[in-house]
Design a binder for this molecule. Sequence first.
Ligand SMILES: [Zn+2]
Ligand SMILES: [Zn+2]
Length: 344
Amino acid sequence: MKLMKVAMYYNNNDVRIEDMPVPDINDDEVLVKVHASGICGSDVMEWYRIKKAPLVLGHEIGGEIVEIGSNVNNFSLGDRVFVSHHVPCNKCSYCLEDKHTLCNTLHSTNFYPGGFAEYIRIPKINVEAGVFKLKEKITYDESVFIEPLACVVRSMRLAEMKAKKNVLVIGSGIAGLLHVKLARFLGAEKIISTDLNDYRLRISKKTGSDYVINAKQDVVKEFKKLNDGNLADFVFLCAGAVPAVKQSLNSVNQGGTIMFFAPTEPGIEIPFPLFDLWNKEVKMVSTYAGAPKDIEEAIYLIKNKKIIVDDLISHRLPLSETQKGFKLVSNAEKSIKVIITPHK
Ligand SMILES: [Zn+2]
Ligand SMILES: [Zn+2]
């Protein structure tokens, strides 16, 4: 039995390097050697992750096929791939209505044991619908952005984002920054971002925000000042703190749209100014994860340099330093995208 190293998650401050057998594959599966694995903001949402701990997290990965089942014909040894951990059944009523991210199968599928490992086993359904070959132009580092960008592609699609509109992005972590980049690509007239952290605000400015507001200030007032007295056509909520949610409800213009991209913890209730929102005909939408067509779109955007992602990488760490990576992301101080490289 060959052993490999994995980073086992117990909680945000306890991620241990442990040995596990390299997974065996059956005839319908493939084994992928993980070259890059991104730490996602959702990986450090402790209330969400701790229920299933200990486990190996990691769902933003790029790697290489190193073993292949005898029934698998569409891939070859050495193929460079991005693997989607969640795949839809393409048969249920949600899938047939283009709501793939609500599919039960999508919620229950995953590769094994998780992206913070040297190797992962890709089950049959993922081999059939969730393995995407990387064109030469996409590096392994860039490939970790495919999943998060797919989620943002879906967010903008469901919000029906249009050109020449002004945009408020609340929260400047990786999700917020990718919203800024995609809004710019889609022709936004003005993009204003918020965060509590000045380091992130500086990055947001570099990334394409026209203006940034420190969220300690009165965000609604500051936004209006920067936007000729008007509220926002599109508000993308990319932070789960209660004050951030309140800001999103108060900063939308009449006829505008609020996209709830980031969730609060479950059970949190927030007062809801129904009269104002009703009177202003505000549209409110939410989104969860990304569907296969969002992944295709994300690959297209990265491959063709429509969205540059390299400048969002703040750290590359070996697997042995995964704990440090989790600290960097959960403290949300001087880090943007932290990439774990299990074979370096
Ligand atoms: Zn993610
Ligand atoms: Zn389905």
